[in-house]
Every structure is written in C-alpha cells, then in structure tokens.
Design a protein around this ligand. Structure first.
Ligand SMILES: *[C@@H]1O[C@H](CO)[C@@H](O)[C@H](O)[C@H]1NC(C)=O
Ligand SMILES: *[C@@H]1O[C@H](CO)[C@@H](O)[C@H](O)[C@H]1NC(C)=O
Length: 364
C-alpha cells in the first residue's frame, strides 16, 4: 500500500516536471519590415499607410482594427503562437514596458522598403535604418531592466523575422510608368542594386546581435489584386512583376548563402514566400478557398483599388479568400504560410524549417 504522503510527493514531482518548461520564458521574437508584418506601429505615426479603420481586424479577438493589414492575425502573430509565445507588441506601443520587453518587439512599418526612397508617398514611415535605431534603443531599455549579460543572451537566442522588398517594386519601381528608378535601372540591374543594399541591412542585423533570422523573399507581386486591377488584361498574373520578383528572389537566396558561409553558421534562413503564396494562388480550391483573384475588402476590379476601409466592399466569409485587401493575405492564408515556415522542405525553408530550428536551438 502506498501512503498518501508518497502519492502527494509523486504528484508534486510530476506537476513540477510538467510545469517547469513553461515557467521558463519563451524565446523572444523580433520583427522588422513592411506592412506584411506591421502589427500597428504606423498607428502612432502621421502616415497614410495604415490599417486603422474597420473592417480591418474584423476577425481579430477584439474585432477592432489594430493596424494589422489583415482581417485577423498576421504572420508574426501566428509564428508567435506556434512558438508558444505571446504576440509581440509594436515597438511604439505604450504597453511595451516591464516584463513585456522580454517577449520581444515588432519594429515593422507599412510602406517601407530596402531603399530609402521607397514609400516616400506615405510621408512618415519607419525606414529600415530607423527600425534598427529603435532596436538599439530597445536593447538599452532591456539591459536597464535585466542587466547587460542577460539582455545580450535574450537577443542572441531570439528568433528574428525580416520581410522587405515588395514595396521596392510596387511602391517604387513600378509605381508609375516612368518612375525615377525605372529610368535609372533595368529590372536585373535594379534587383542587383536592391540585393547589394539588402546585404548591408542583414549584416547590420547580425552586428546588432541577431543570430537566427528568417528572411522572406517577395511574394508573387504580379498576382495581387491591386496589380490585377491596374495592369492585368485578362486576370492573369502580370508578367513583368512576376519576372522581377523571380530575379530578386533568386539573387536573395544566393546572397544569403554567401552571408551564411561568411558568418560561419546558419544565421539566415531563406523563406520562399513566392512559392508558398503561388501554390495557393494558382490552386485556391485545393486549399479550400473560393478565389485568389478578388480581395475580400476593397473596391473596383478584383476589389484591387485603394485601401480597405469602412466604405469598401466586404466579403461575408473571409476564410474563402486568399487576399484580405489589394495587397495582403487573409489570416487563413497566413496560417497556411506559417505552416510551411514550420514544416516546409528546403525548397521553402533553406537551410531548414522553423520546427527544426526550434528543436536545434532548444538543445543549446
Ligand atoms: C538611407 O538612410 C540612412 C539614414 O539616413 C543612411 O544611413 C543610409 O546610408 C541611406 N541608404 C542609402 C542607400 O542611401
Ligand atoms: C521540416 O520539418 C519536418 C517536421 O515537421 C521534418 O520532418 C523535415 O525534415 C524538416 N525539413 C527540413 C528540410 O528541415
């Protein structure tokens, strides 16, 4: 017979063992980039690139707009969920203080690109060099709270996501028929220039302490409802934009391989957002969507013109649409992308997927 005390003791041990991993804080997560990953920083700026009016956020837990360009969660939210972490707050949020700093922060700002002249029409946005300045400020605040050594460890062990490049095409080179950049560069030369600037950006990120960075290439820019509305003849993806994205992404993968071999470990992970999205766009029915051409929220052909706002058309069932607005995926499409990030083959996640990264890094 076992005495009640022994049972109690056994129970206590089992409880401690099962609770222990959760008691340790989840890995921190930092996000840099554009509107695909902005969780609301632009709400704090005098910028025209913002998603702060309904029906944005209609499927978010609060059913209110948050600044995310989505009906609900965006990609960083879903990655946090998969890591078992809290959602990272926008860096400019006043709520980002105290213990919340340990979760990480999101520095992304809608409208920005690799180049400083990308997104000038949006007036006040946080360009990538400024996002890094804010990251430095974050590190000082974190150090003040937990000490320098632990702050450094938190940053080195964090997961980082950076999403840049799409706006350098749609909101710069291809914005107007005779844009300054298109007069200056052929598409291959422009891609070459973008990659040389992006290399500097990634080197800086490494210098700032990032050691595990997922770098997304651009999606199929020619297939977004905005481009179908403005440039497509027959509802087919626009070839010039598809080719430009193809060249950029190919060069990006090569550049990342070079950086990794220079830095001596798998710091940067190429995330093939182009193929992940294209699979869904070319065969939406296979993924349970009704359309990948018409945005859920917008106006004009394909609901592809202007922004998503309270005067826009709104679809009743967001889960049937790949695109939420003229440029951005729905939460449901983002969930499929996040699943590929977790478990995709090397075609999608190179050199490895996020579940492999998490398993590997948890042993350190
Ligand atoms: C962009 O602006 C930042 C900050 O002003 C500057 O440091 C950087 O050199 C600029 N990049 C280019 C390519 O001009
Ligand atoms: C990706 O994740 C799955 C498990 O979820 C694993 O079986 C597979 O080997 C991984 N692939 C790569 C290339 O890391």
């Amino acid at each position: 017979m076992t005495s009640p005390r022994v049972i109690m003791l056994t129970l206590t041990i089992v409880l401690v063992v099962t609770i222990a991993p959760k008691a340790e804080a989840a890995r921190a997560f930092f996000v840099f980039g554009d509107s695909l990953v902005d969780s609301g920083n632009n709400n704090y700026l005098a910028s025209t690139a913002r998603a702060d009016s309904p029906p944005n956020g209609i499927d978010y837990p609060t059913h209110q707009p948050t600044g995310r360009f989505s009906n609900g969660f965006n990609l960083p939210d879903i990655i946090s969920e998969k890591m078992g972490a809290e959602r990272t707050l926008p860096y400019l949020s006043p709520q980002l203080t105290g213990k919340k700093l340990l979760v990480g922060a999101n520095f992304a700002s809608a409208g920005i690109g690799i180049l400083n002249d990308t997104g000038i029409q949006f007036v006040n946005i946080i360009r990538i060099s400024r996002q890094f300045e804010l990251f430095k400020q974050y590190k000082r605040r974190l150090s003040a709270q937990v000490g320098q050594a632990q702050a450094k460890r938190l940053v080195n062990n964090a997961l980082v996501l950076i999403t840049l490049g799409g706006n350098d095409f749609v909101n710069n080179y291809f914005l107007t028929p005779f844009s300054a950049r298109s007069r200056q560069f052929s598409i291959p030369n422009y891609c070459h220039y973008l990659i040389s600037e992006y290399r500097k950006v990634l080197r800086r990120l490494h210098k700032l302490g990032a050691r595990r960075v997922m770098v997304t290439g651009t999606g199929p820019l020619g297939c977004v409802p905005a481009e179908l509305a403005m440039r497509s003849r027959n509802g087919k993806c626009v070839p010039e934009l598809q080719q430009a994205a193809g060249i950029f992404n190919m060069k990006l993968v090569q550049m990342i391989q070079q950086l990794n071999s220079e830095l001596g470990s798998n710091v940067f992970i190429s995330t093939n957002a182009f193929n992940m999205n294209l699979n869904i766009i070319t065969n939406p029915q296979a993924y349970g969507f009704v359309t990948s051409k018409v945005a859920c929220c917008g106006q004009g052909p394909y609901n592809g013109l202007g922004t998503c706002n309270s005067l826009s058309n709104l679809c009743p069932n967001r889960n049937a649409y790949v695109f939420w607005d003229p440029f951005h995926p729905t939460e449901r499409a983002n969930r499929l992308i996040a699943q590929q990030i977790m478990t995709g083959s090397t075609e999608y996640m190179n050199p490895m997927n996020l579940s492999t990264i998490m398993a590997m890094d948890s042993k350190n």
